[in-house]
Design a protein around this ligand. Structure first.
Ligand code: SF4
Ligand code: MG
Length: 328
């Protein structure tokens, strides 16, 4: 598989005053393959949105690298280079309404992106591109001259998607694109995103706070906790054989679709809230809430290791070196 993005030891720290530092993203490394959907999952405050924004260069990385098509894009760029990157990478937001300008018609909003990147197009060509985009997201020409507030939440998200697609990007970060929508609309938007992915050969990083919908859209899933990588595996593997106690807890919280079905997983209730990323726990960051925490968990940071092919986890329960120490 061909890599579109390689993320290497990426960190994003925020200075929050009084000499304190918020470690929103702390040493995260993974690859994204061309044409795949990688789900990025964790509770709010775990750093997934910050990771997305740092990858797409909305934030400057504190350290580490983001390699796009073989080129390191994490360093400061000239205006021209940044513009070129924006054409390749776009973002879809959780709240489509606030990401659209309320005073611009749908046509103006979508045309704005095209105008910024393709000065040579005539008004007529832009117009036909806007109509084409509206159609590809399930809207029509007659919606073009209306304003964002005239649309439902689902339609607004369709407009947000059309706007992201206007510059014909290759890679899209969708930051909880369905979290604010009615459940009945969520599947429609997910289906639309999947159709567009096939049609336009897109690569997605799909951010979500729980594991219920990502299963259907993701090829692989990365789970994060307090700025750190927890587990990464193919979607079905992560659902069938979750290794990390945090992943197990997230999965056990998914509602069962049919109440007559027996729950195969015992519900795991995590104690307490996510600790502050300003002062995270020593050793394993999950240890204050982990039902399986051991002595070593407060003493050593668990290593990120490949436990079986393409299945990675950071937890001492699977740390072979540690296990052999205990057995000896
Ligand atoms: Fe739990 Fe320890 Fe594994 Fe962390 S390293 S998830 S505290 S068992
Ligand atoms: Mg977020």
């Amino acid at each position: 598989k061909e890599k579109i993005i390689e993320i290497k030891h990426l960190t994003k720290y925020f200075d929050v005053g009084n000499g304190k530092v918020l470690k929103a993203v702390d040493d995260v490394s993974f690859d994204i393959f061309k044409g795949e959907t990688l789900g990025l999952v964790g509770e709010s405050g775990c750093g997934k949105s910050t990771a997305g924004r740092t990858i797409i260069q909305l934030y400057q990385a504190t350290s580490g690298q983001v390699i796009y098509d073989g080129e390191d894009i994490s360093q400061k760029k000239s205006a021209k280079e940044s513009k070129k990157l924006k054409k390749k990478m776009q973002m879809i937001y959780q709240d489509p309404y606030s990401s659209l300008n309320p005073r611009m018609t749908v046509h103006e909003s979508i045309a704005e992106g095209i105008n910024n990147h393709e000065e040579q197009l005539s008004q007529r060509e832009i117009e036909s591109r806007v109509y084409g985009l509206l159609e590809s997201v399930g809207l029509t020409k007659k919606h073009a001259n209306r304003y964002p507030h005239e649309f439902s939440g689902g339609q607004q998200q369709r407009i947000g998607i059309a706007r992201a697609l206007a510059v014909e990007p290759e890679f899209i970060i969708a930051d909880e694109p369905i979290a604010a929508l009615d459940v009945s609309i969520q599947a429609q938007i997910v289906n639309l995103m999947q159709d567009l992915q096939l049609e336009k050969n897109l690569t997605y990083l799909f951010i979500a706070h729980d594991l219920s919908m990502v299963k259907y859209i993701s090829d692989r899933i990365m789970v994060m906790y307090l700025g750190s990588m927890i587990e990464l595996a193919a979607s079905e593997i992560l659902y069938d054989e979750p290794l990390h106690p945090y992943t197990q807890a997230l999965l056990s919280a998914i509602p069962i679709p049919d109440p007559r079905m027996e729950r195969t997983r015992e519900r795991i209730i995590l104690k307490g809230d996510v600790p502050s990323p300003i002062n995270p726990p020593s050793g394993c960051r999950f240890r204050t809430r982990c039902p399986k925490a051991m002595q070593v968990c407060s003493e050593a940071v668990p290593r990120w290791q490949e436990v079986s092919e393409n299945h990675f986890v950071a937890c001492h329960l699977y740390d072979l070196e540690y296990i052999s120490l205990v057995v000896d």
